[in-house]
Design a protein around this ligand. Structure first.
Ligand code: ADP
Ligand code: MG
Length: 269
């Protein structure tokens, strides 16, 4: 008999998480396990509760009910700083960066390096550039460029690099490609895979089924505030995903020719 107590807990475990806003029940009894070193996609139609769920994980909303475990230990997050202290970083579509600051200032915002009472610009600049290079973000010309002048994909890349710089264990992204064109979407999705390869957990919210199919290791589907199904990537295809998003169930089999391709264009097994 396997001994349950020796099981390695997932990085993040949610059990029975509920949240309402006045009369609106945004989340109802959500159970979800987010493993390290893998991309978990959170899919669902508009209003399904995806953003509310990640705001609970990010310490922005306190759930009304339910439990949250980090590396097997029960935690209570009251502020985004509590989440950041655990190693949870959230990359929002628009709010991730400050326009009027440059890339270095953004990546070190609130955690500036100081040396002899002065900002250590040289060390911060080197660390910011090294992190971007390490992630193969090659389109940024200078780390002293104002963030306002960056493209949408570059901004997302900088926000992701910031999460890496701060050694986040879980990077949560809410619709990171919603406003991006094809090439920039590809760049951000490549970075998502890179994060997972390096051992970070990624929780990616998207209602773009192509994105979900391209990058995820497991897919959790939300509908009307509940997680209705969680499946490994090889047990889901676009038709099943649409079924789950719209009705909450699917009795289809994964069709061999609908399994899609990964970012390198290989057919997903
Ligand atoms: N701050 C809020 N106040 C009131 N209702 C909210 C708030 N945030 C979300 N909701 C409601 O909760 C439900 C889930 O919303 P949301 O989590 O944003 O869904 P999704 O991100 O999946 O589109 C919706 O009905 C939405 O109107
Ligand atoms: Mg949302």
């Amino acid at each position: 008999m396997p001994d349950d107590t020796t099981e390695v807990p997932p990085l993040l475990r949610l059990r029975g998480v509920s949240k309402s806003f006045g009369p609106v029940q945004a989340l109802t009894g959500v159970d979800l396990d987010v493993p390290g070193g893998a991309v978990t996609a959170l899919a669902g139609d508009n209003g399904a509760g995806k953003s509310t769920l990640i705001k609970c994980i990010a310490g922005i909303h306190a759930p009304d009910q339910g439990e949250m475990f980090w590396e097997g230990v029960r935690v209570h997050l009251h502020t985004p700083a509590d989440a950041a202290a655990l190693g949870i970083q959230t990359v929002y579509q628009d709010l991730a960066l400050c326009d009027n600051l440059d890339i270095v200032q953004n990546m070190f915002l609130g955690r500036e390096r100081v040396r002899r009472g002065q900002l250590d610009d040289v060390s911060m600049e080197q660390a910011a550039a090294a992190t971007l290079t390490d992630l193969a973000v090659t389109t940024v010309r200078s780390v002293r460029q104002q963030v306002a002048s960056l493209s949408g994909g570059q901004r997302q890349s900088v926000a992701i690099a910031k999460a890496v710089l701060w050694e986040s264990k879980l990077v949560v992204m809410d619709e990171p490609t919603a406003a991006l064109g094809v090439a920039q979407t590809r760049m951000v999705l490549d970075l998502v895979r890179t994060l997972a390869r390096r051992g970070h957990a990624v929780l990616l919210i998207s209602h773009n089924l192509v994105d979900v199919m391209a990058v995820s290791d497991q897919v959790a589907v939300m509908r009307h505030g509940r997680v209705v199904d969680v499946r490994p990537r090889d047990r889901i295809d676009e038709r099943i995903l649409v079924d789950l998003m719209t009705t909450g169930t699917s009795d289809r089999e994964v069709s061999a020719n609908a399994r899609g391709t990964d970012l390198e264009g290989r057919v997903v097994p």
